[in-house]
Design a protein around this ligand. Structure first.
Ligand code: KIV
Ligand code: ZN
Length: 391
């Protein structure tokens, strides 16, 4: 299938991901992650928030020098000094992007910013104009967009576009929205603000209700052409939309999401593993795409099905996401087929009478023991020289 339009993948693992508990990274680690993200094929790497700390400033500088193909983005508030700091950190980037943001919801304006709506409009205009002196690509985010007044967001976005913003980002900062509602917001911005202007609509979803990926997909269908996400879904609180889930949803359901992206999906698992080795936690075993059990089958019926044809229970192959091979876990729910297949992988051949006999020992053992290892299988089988050695 040929897809005419591209969805840009904006990775914020090094910024929104890194700022969450247990996820801080040293400079060298950020550089290593940035290299891997380029190998993966992301279009934009958000490398930090330069005004927040010297460490973030240096990270943006270093990633800017390192990246060859990806655009490097630096975050800043709609404050001119922040914009200068971001611009300075991005000086050596081949493709720099300044990403400036301000909250637009009444609750943030009243309690956090203590600003009026008119003041936020002025800040937006001034910051974007300043940013355009340093970068051709300027992204503007309306923080807490999903809890903001829709007419006001459109007004702020109109101001941003007039001032020179090239990307309008709609964040679901607190992970509050629902797919249909979010799609409506994106459609409204597309119709009322963007029209046929050369401006990209982006979305940035948090996962507080477990909907970050679903909301991002709904947004694509409604007109967003950039999605912001993180490896393993790390990020503030319950995290950001998971890059690997988004990309594989687009790949597996290309029939319904007919857009292309530049991700090499076989790099998804290596990227996930690299991040887990850097930060202080990995993913849960049942995490979609990259979890230890994502391609593991234990129930006998499932194992038989997968061994006969993986499509019975797998909608994508482990190889397509860079997982070495499918992982049949032997346990008390496993059937004869899986047992036989494991012996064959270990290099042993048995006829069906022998397998029946071994299988009854296996079931008795599996009732007593949670995990069955290859040594256990060796112990319950008749003595035999492995085929490879015998030959
Ligand atoms: O969640 C959020 O609103 C953000 C913005 C800075 C884009 O991270
Ligand atoms: Zn965020």
């Amino acid at each position: 299938m040929t897809h005419s339009e591209q969805i840009a993948i904006f990775d914020t693992t090094l910024r929104d991901g890194e700022q969450s508990p247990g996820c801080s990274m040293y400079l060298e680690e950020k550089i290593e992650m940035a290299r891997q993200l380029e190998r993966l094929g992301v279009n934009v790497i958000e490398a930090g928030f330069p005004v927040a700390s010297d460490g973030d400033f240096r990270a943006v500088q270093a990633v800017s020098e390192e990246c060859k193909s990806a655009t490097v983005a630096a975050l800043c508030r709609t404050i001119v000094e922040d914009v200068y700091r971001a611009a300075e950190a991005l000086r050596k980037a081949r493709k720099p992007r300044i990403h400036t943001f301000v909250a637009t919801s009444d609750i943030h304006l009243e309690y956090k910013l203590k600003k009026t709506r008119a003041e936020v409009l002025r800040m937006t205009k001034t910051a974007i104009r300043a940013a355009r002196n340093f970068a051709d690509e300027v992204e503007f985010s309306a923080e807490d967009a999903t809890r903001s007044d829709i007419d006001y967001i459109c007004e702020v976005f109109d101001t941003a576009v007039d001032a020179g913003a090239t990307v309008l980002n709609i964040p679901d900062t607190v992970g509050y929205t629902l797919p249909t509602e979010f799609a409506h917001l994106v459609e409204t911005v597309k119709k009322k603000v963007v029209g046929d202007k050369p401006v990209t609509i982006s979305v940035h979803c948090h996962n507080d209700l477990g909907l970050a990926v679903a909301n991002s997909l709904a947004a694509i269908t409604a007109g967003a052409r950039q999605v912001e996400c993180t490896v393993n879904g790390i990020g503030e609180r319950a995290g950001n939309a998971s890059l690997e889930e988004l990309v594989m949803a687009c790949a597996v359901r290309a029939d319904k999401i007919p857009y292309f992206n530049t991700i090499d999906t076989t790099q998804l698992y290596p990227t996930s593993q690299l991040l887990s080795s850097i930060i202080s936690f990995g993913v849960q075993p049942n995490k979609a795409i990259v979890g230890r059990n994502a391609f593991a089958h234990e129930a006998g019926i499932h194992q038989h099905g997968v061994l006969s044809n993986p499509l019975c229970y797998e909608i994508m192959t482990p190889e397509s996401v860079g997982v070495p091979s499918n992982d049949i876990v032997l346990g008390k729910h496993s059937g004869r087929h899986a047992l036989h297949s494991r012996y064959e992988e270990m290099g042993y051949q048995f006829d069906s009478n022998e397998i029946t006999e071994i299988y009854s020992k296996f079931v008795a053992l599996a009732d007593r023991k949670k995990n069955i290892y290859d040594q256990d299988l060796l112990a319950i089988m008749p003595s035999r020289v492995p085929a490879a050695v015998a030959a």
